[in-house]
Design a protein around this ligand. Structure first.
Ligand SMILES: Cc1cc2nc3c(=O)[nH]c(=O)nc-3n(C[C@H](O)[C@H](O)[C@H](O)COP(=O)(O)OP(=O)(O)OC[C@H]3O[C@@H](n4cnc5c(N)ncnc54)[C@H](O)[C@@H]3O)c2cc1C
Length: 408
C-alpha cells in the first residue's frame, strides 16, 4: 500500500494565498504527506505591480547564492556554510513544474498577479494530493477554532498579519497590541510607477544629475525596478514625504492630482521625467500611478507558537498545535526583495515540515533561528540603503552631509 493510504495525513492550514502562501502550498502539496487547506479572502488576483525575483532563489552553489554585491558578505557573515548547503540541497529537490516557474521569474520582471496566478494554477492542475481551497476571510478566533491537536497552521496573511500578535501568550490581560512586533518606520514615501517608450538606463550618476535642481524632494528611481520589455521601460521611483503630507494624501492617485495638491513634490518628479525625455526622446505611456506608503522595517519577535508550547498545560489551541508565520507576516522591508525572501523562508519551512520524525520543539527552534538570521541580513541591508539614501539627499549641502556621517 502506498504510504499515504496507510497513514492519516497531517492537516496543514495555510491562511493567505498571496505569493508566499501559494509557494508553501505548492511545496507541501508535492510531498504527498499533508492534507492541505488553503484560505484566501480575495476573489481574484489583481495586483499588477512589477516585481523581480532574486537570482539566489535558483542558485546551485554557495558562491552563486552570495553573488549580490551588497548582500553577499552579510549572508556569509550570518549563515554557516553548512546552513547555506542545506538550502541548496532543498532547492535541488523542488519539483520540476515549480522550478521552471522560479527560473523564469528570476530572469526578468513580471506582475505580482502573474506569479500568483501561475502558482495557483499549478496547485489546481496537479493530479495527486489536491488542495482544499476555502474562500473566506479568516479571523484569529476562527483560526483557533479550526485547529485540532497536531495540526499545523501557517500564517501567510502579509504585513498586517492575522496571528503575529497571537502566537505568544498575552502578558497580563493584554492580548495582541503589537507586543510581538518589532518595527522601525524608516520614512514615508510616494511610490511613482510609469511606463516609458524608450530604453532608459539608470544608475547613481543619473539619480544625482537628474535631481540637481530638486532641493526639497528627490525623485529616486530604484535601479532594479527599471526594466525593459523590448524598448518599453517600467520605472518605479520613490519620493520621501513628511508624516503630515502622508496623512493629507489619499492612498492612491495620479500625476495630475499630485500637481494640483502637492506641486513641490510633483515638480521634482516632472523635472526628473523631463530630463529622461530630453536624453532619450521618449514619452510616458499611459498614466503615472502613485501610491503613498509608510516604509517600515519590521519583524515578528517570535515567528512560531513555541512560547505557547513552553507554557505547558493550557487549553489554548496553539499549545497543542504548531503555528508558523511566513512571508511578510514574519519579516518585511521596503528596500528588500521581499517576495524572494518569503519564498526562501517557505522553502526552509517546507523542508523542516517534511522531516516528520523531528519533535515540534526542534522544528520551532530551527525555524526561529533561521528567521532570526534572515532578519539580521534584511536589517543590515535595509539600514545601509536608508543611510546611503539619506547621504544622497544631502550631497549638495556639505554640513548636512557631515552631520549624517559617523566616522569612527
Ligand atoms: C509598492 C510595492 C512594491 C513592491 N515591490 C516589490 C518588488 O519589486 N519585489 C519584491 O520582491 N517585493 C516587492 N514588494 C513586496 C511584495 O509585494 C510582498 O513582499 C509580497 O507580496 C508578500 O507576499 P505574502 O504572500 O507574504 O503577502 P501578501 O502578498 O500580502 O499576501 C497575503 C495574502 O493573504 C490574504 N489574506 C490576508 N488576510 C487574510 C485573512 N484574514 N483571511 C484570508 N486571507 C487573508 C490576502 O488577501 C493576500 O492574498 C512590493 C510591495 C509594495 C507595496
Amino acid at each position: 500500500m502506498p504510504a499515504e493510504t496507510t497513514h492519516a495525513k497531517r492537516r496543514v492550514h495555510v491562511v493567505g494565498a498571496g505569493p508566499v502562501g501559494l509557494m508553501l502550498t505548492a511545496l507541501l502539496q508535492a510531498t504527498g504527506t499533508f492534507s492541505i487547506r488553503l484560505y484566501e479572502k480575495r476573489h481574484e488576483y489583481t495586483r499588477t505591480r512589477m516585481v523581480k525575483l532574486d537570482s539566489y532563489l535558483v542558485a546551485d552553489s554557495v558562491e552563486s547564492y552570495c553573488i549580490d554585491h551588497i548582500d553577499g558578505e552579510n549572508i556569509e557573515a550570518v549563515f554557516d556554510r553548512t546552513e547555506l548547503g542545506e538550502g541548496l540541497v532543498f532547492r535541488r529537490s523542488i519539483p520540476p513544474d515549480l522550478k521552471t516557474h522560479l527560473r523564469s521569474w528570476t530572469l526578468g520582471f513580471c506582475p505580482v498577479n502573474a506569479i500568483e496566478r501561475s502558482l495557483s494554477d499549478l496547485i489546481d492542475v496537479r493530479a495527486s494530493n489536491s488542495v482544499e481551497r476555502i474562500a473566506a476571510a479568516v479571523t484569529a478566533e476562527k483560526a483557533m477554532a479550526m485547529l485540532k491537536p497536531e495540526d499545523i497552521l501557517i500564517d501567510c496573511t502579509g504585513s498586517n498579519s492575522l496571528l503575529r500578535d497571537h502566537v505568544v501568550p498575552p502578558v497580563g490581560e493584554v492580548v495582541g497590541g503589537g507586543a510581538n512586533t518589532f518595527k522601525i518606520r524608516l520614512e514615508y514615501a510616494l511610490v511613482v510607477t510609469f511606463l516609458y517608450s524608450q530604453t532608459y538606463i539608470c544608475d547613481e550618476y543619473c539619480k544625482y544629475y537628474k535631481n540637481a535642481e530638486n532641493n526639497r524632494y528627490k525623485f529616486i528611481p530604484a535601479v532594479h525596478r527599471t526594466y525593459y520589455d523590448q524598448s518599453v521601460s517600467h520605472v518605479t521611483g520613490i519620493v520621501k514625504i513628511s508624516a503630515e503630507e502622508f496623512e493629507a494624501m489619499p492612498p492612491r492617485f495620479d500625476g495630475q492630482w499630485l500637481r494640483d495638491n502637492f506641486p513641490g513634490a510633483a515638480q521634482s518628479m516632472d523635472r526628473f521625467i523631463q530630463k529622461i525625455k530630453h536624453e532619450t526622446g521618449g514619452e510616458i505611456l499611459g498614466e503615472l500611478e502613485i501610491i503613498r506608503i509608510p516604509l517600515d522595517l519590521y519583524r515578528a519577535r517570535n515567528a512560531t507558537s513555541r512560547k505557547w508550547c513552553e507554557v505547558g498545560l493550557t487549553e489554548h489551541p496553539f499549545a497543542g498545535s504548531s503555528v508558523f508565520l511566513a512571508g511578510d507576516s514574519a519579516i518585511g522591508s521596503p528596500y528588500f526583495q521581499s517576495i524572494s525572501l518569503g519564498f526562501e523562508c517557505a522553502m526552509f519551512l517546507a523542508g523542516l515540515l517534511r522531516q516528520s520524525d523531528q519533535p515540534p520543539r526542534e522544528t520551532f527552534n530551527r525555524y526561529e533561528n533561521y528567521i532570526h538570521k534572515q532578519w539580521l541580513r534584511v536589517y543590515m541591508r535595509s539600514k545601509m540603503i536608508k543611510h546611503n539614501k539619506d547621504l544622497f539627499e544631502s550631497l549638495d549641502n556639505t554640513f548636512a552631509l557631515l552631520e549624517k556621517l559617523h566616522i569612527y
